[in-house]
Each structure stands twice: as structure tokens, then as C-alpha cells.
Ligand binder design. Structure first.
Ligand code: CDT
Length: 312
């Protein structure tokens, strides 16, 4: 008998700087209910779901910066989402800004996601490894991208979990563009990767690139899914947010690399699909039978070298 899971990507339209957590969580609850009506067992929310995409601004006031972060999960404002999802028996992925308060009074900040099972228990946490952008404001840019300023690189690796009758992994936004993200989790047996993203369509500042933002998003996710024989569910925060246009195109991609569902708007929108998890096994028994065909002794540079060193 084949194993399958009905998954929904709960895309969100823009969140304003002054929107309260309660306003956002109310929207998440509405999306959760729609996903439930479609029979979803797992709902994937975006990256930094609970606030506007604040890394576009160079903020220096500590109290203001902290206001975008969560010190506990669930906290008072997010608890209704956990409770309702558990009542409906739906698991979910949620991205948020995580503030870790250390005993010596110091702070660590991460761009984080959690995976919650159908009983409402957090089964896993991931902290974004590939942080794009800069660690200081760039002159001449309308919108900054200061993830390296606000966040530390993730320190939890790329774990995977056996949950909801599948082997699942997580990543966040820019991670989806890096081949290593998928391959490391594929080597741990992941059958499905879930991720959220905020992708401004001016993110390189080069108009020739930026016109291809949606294409590069599709290319990255479809290649990751196909080359690693896994399902990938990618959910956007989209639309015109505080003057920055974020791409939509939330999508569910099969191990064949085919897009089986895609959002048609840049607003709050649920898409869903029944994902046959054994399809991953089929591709892994054939073209991507890693144990038979990979030649890892030839790949050592990938983990030893960070940037390219061309010959003299
Ligand atoms: N959030 C995030 O990682 N966004 C990046 C675009 C910005 S790169 C300066 C992405 O890869 O989609």
C-alpha cells in the first residue's frame, strides 16, 4: 500500500510593520481552516511568518529589533495556532525570528523554523544556514537585505525527522538555492523538504537577474526535488510589503521535478496536493540510486573548500 500525505502550502500576502501578532495569527488560523477543509495533514507557513520582512531595514534600536523576535515557542500569541492545529489534527511548519537569551545576559538571534506534529508537539527545529545579503547597510540600495546583520548562521545542521509517517527535513528561503541543502538531507533519507521564503524581486539590485526571480525560484526548487528524489513544499510571503515586492509562486514539487500545485496570487492563498511518499523511493531505486551511483571520494572539495580557486 502506498504512503501518502496531503500537504498544504499556506502562502501569505504582505504583513505591515505595525501589524500585531494577533492580527497575523488570526490570518494563520484562517489559512489553517482552509487547509483543513482541503484535507491537509501538514500545513507549511512562510519564513519569518509572524512579522513583516524586517531585514529590509537597518534597525539599531535594540528594543525595536527585539520586537520582531520570539523568545519562546509557542508564546502567548502563537499558542492559539498550536491549540487549533492540534484540535484539527494538522501538523505545521512555521518560520519565525528566534531570540535566545543567554545566562550571561548576551543574546543570539536566528532565522528559525519548527516542525510541529499532528498532536501539537514540536518535533524539530532548524536554524537557517545560508544567510543572504549583508552585515551592514549597502549604500545606494532602496531596500537593504541585512540577514547577516540580524542573524547568526544556523548551528543545528540539516537534521531530518521521522514524523507524520514520513522522513522530513526543513530549510529556509535562500537555502533552497544551494544544492548541498537538499543533498545532505537526501543522504539522511528525507522524502520531503518543507520551507518558507521571502524573496524580494529586486534582491540582487541587477535588473537582468531580478527579472528572472520567479524563474530562479522554480529552477532551484524543481532541481532540488528531482536531483534528490524528494518532495519539496515551498511557501512564500508575497505581495507588496512596505514598498518591497515579494514574489509569490508557492509550490509543491514532486520527486519527478514536476510542479503539482502553484499559487496563482500574491495574497493569502492555500494550495494543496496529495503527495505519494513512495514516489521518492521509486526515483531512488532507479536514476538516483545514491548507494549504487554516487562517487563521494570525488566530492571531497565540496566540504573542504568554501569558494572557488581557479587554476593559475
Ligand atoms: N529571505 C531570503 O533568504 N531571501 C533571498 C533573497 C535575498 S538575497 C539578497 C532568497 O534567496 O530568496
Amino acid at each position: 500500500m502506498s504512503r501518502s500525505i496531503v500537504v498544504a502550502a499556506a502562502q501569505m500576502g504582505p504583513i505591515a510593520r505595525n501589524d500585531s501578532r494577533k492580527q497575523v495569527v488570526d490570518r494563520l488560523l484562517a489559512l489553517l481552516h482552509e487547509a483543513h477543509a482541503r484535507g491537509a495533514e501538514l500545513v507549511v507557513f512562510p519564513e519569518l511568518t509572524l512579522t513583516t520582512f524586517f531585514p529590509r531595514w537597518y534597525l539599531t534600536d535594540e528594543t525595536e529589533i527585539d520586537s520582531f523576535f520570539e523568545t519562546e515557542m509557542p508564546g502567548q500569541e502563537t499558542k492559539p495556532l498550536f491549540d487549533e492545529a492540534a484540535r484539527l489534527g494538522i501538523g505545521f511548519y512555521l518560520g519565525y525570528a528566534e531570540l535566545v537569551l543567554l545566562e550571561d545576559g548576551d543574546k543570539k538571534r536566528f532565522n528559525t523554523s519548527i516542525l510541529v506534529d499532528r498532536a501539537g508537539a514540536i518535533v524539530g527545529k532548524y536554524r537557517k544556514i545560508h544567510l543572504p545579503g549583508h552585515d551592514r547597510p549597502q549604500p545606494g540600495r532602496d531596500a537593504q537585505h541585512l540577514e547577516k546583520y540580524f542573524f547568526l548562521p544556523g548551528d543545528l545542521g540539516f537534521p531530518v525527522w521521522r514524523t507524520m509517517d514520513a522522513v522530513m527535513g526543513m530549510c529556509i528561503c535562500n537555502d533552497r538555492r544551494w544544492a548541498e541543502t537538499y543533498r545532505v538531507m537526501a543522504l539522511k533519507g528525507a522524502e520531503m523538504i518543507v520551507l518558507g521564503y521571502n524573496t524580494p524581486n529586486d534582491h540582487t539590485g541587477n535588473y537582468d537577474f531580478d527579472g528572472l526571480s520567479e524563474f530562479h525560484h522554480q529552477l532551484s526548487v524543481q532541481a532540488g526535488a528531482y536531483q534528490n528524489a524528494m518532495w519539496v513544499v515551498a511557501t512564500a510571503k508575497a505581495g507588496l510589503e512596505e514598498g518591497s515586492q515579494l514574489i509569490g509562486q508557492s509550490m509543491i514539487v514532486a520527486p519527478s521535478g514536476q510542479i503539482v500545485a502553484m499559487a496563482a496570487t500574491t495574497a493569502d492563498e492555500v494550495i494543496s496536493a496529495r503527495c505519494d511518499l513512495d514516489m521518492a523511493a521509486l526515483y531512488r531505486r532507479t536514476i538516483f540510486d545514491f548507494a549504487r551511483h554516487r562517487e563521494p571520494q570525488e566530492y571531497k572539495l565540496i566540504s573542504e573548500r568554501k569558494g572557488p580557486v581557479p587554476p593559475d
